[in-house]
Design a protein around this ligand. Sequence first.
Ligand code: CTP
Length: 399
Amino acid sequence: MPDPLAQRSIALGVTGSIACYKAVDLASKLTQAGALVDVIMTREACQFLTPLTFRSITHRPVVTDVFDPQSELSIDHVAIAERADALIVAPATAHTIAKLALGLADDALTTTALATQAPLIIAPAMDAHMFDNAATQQNASTLKSRGCVIAGPAEGRLASGLVGKGRLLEVPQLLGCLRQTLGRGGDLAGRKVVVSAGGTQEPIDPVRVIANHSSGKMGFAIAEAARDRGADVTLVTAPTALDSPFGVNVVKIATALEMRSALQNKCAHADALIMAAAVADWRPAAAADQKVKKGSSDTWDIELVKNPDIVAGISTECLIKVGFAAESEDLLANAQSKLLSKGLHLIAANDITAEHSGFGADTNKVILLDREGGEESLPLMSKYDVGHAILDRVAGYLS
Ligand code: CTP
């Protein structure tokens, strides 16, 4: 499945906040993803950056003024509004948010926002007190009640030196928001999809754990792919170095038992469970309360007890279950027996010794085995695309 941004027309409104430097990267990533990007800058944004900056990245004219004779908008002031698949204002200042809430149209950006029927995403960036101000809060909720997406702001260090809520979301989050918005109404719209990710960690004592090499990338990519097809996604994840994807409900756990109880809870009303986590099969029978000292002993015996098989133990009447079989030998035979013993609809057999498909890679090569006896060998693809291939099957079962 192509990137939801490819071939889409995205209008990017840039307003006068120092955070507009991030809009340059956003324009670049959108262009790289194959989107047609129309940048509209306010007069204040032009104090921070020049139109040439965006023009050099998007290779398209940049609109700054409705009355500029060079601008497309001087002839047809709704041209961009009409072709846009989404309008994202990033960064959006308190002033622009107020104008949008009032429905003012005194510049190219607010005129386009009023004229477009495309979804409107507003990514605020301002001082924390300005964002907290009752006027801004009310304007944001007015826009939200009209169906606008208010993306962020994030908490953190602000340009003023203060720490608070007012930072523009980072570019991957903004891209995630756009992909989710464009994917509304996809083939998983209205469906609840639960995904597990990462390698569980089983404590030995307060500083040591039994872990594995899972990076969590496969599960995170599936969660994003499901989000981009309109699903309501919950990601139950063991510790990873990855940022939470935009628009996904993330539940953080550490051990296999915690993962099981989170999944039992989330799957009660779910349509599908995709089990990409690498669950520890064993855990220490008892974790020591205090750090175990080296002491005088040269060896250390740890008694391990078996963890429950999570995916095998979860079943509701209509839950579609997908598992992974990470194997280093006898790939298909092992995967086939897991498909049956765990009561799965589908299993992705994954040779972890193959090039570019092991732990931590951004790509994967899997063979899909289904319970009807079907076998499909997929080429090496990005983990996001593997996610879509699995979700094609899930969507098929659900329909
Ligand atoms: N799985 C699970 N609970 C476990 C172990 C695994 O739900 N305690 C799930 C995994 O998330 C995966 C599938 O079962 O979707 C297969 O996991 P894998 O580690 O390949 O197999 P195991 O069942 O652990 O068997 P083995 O370690 O013997 O290969």
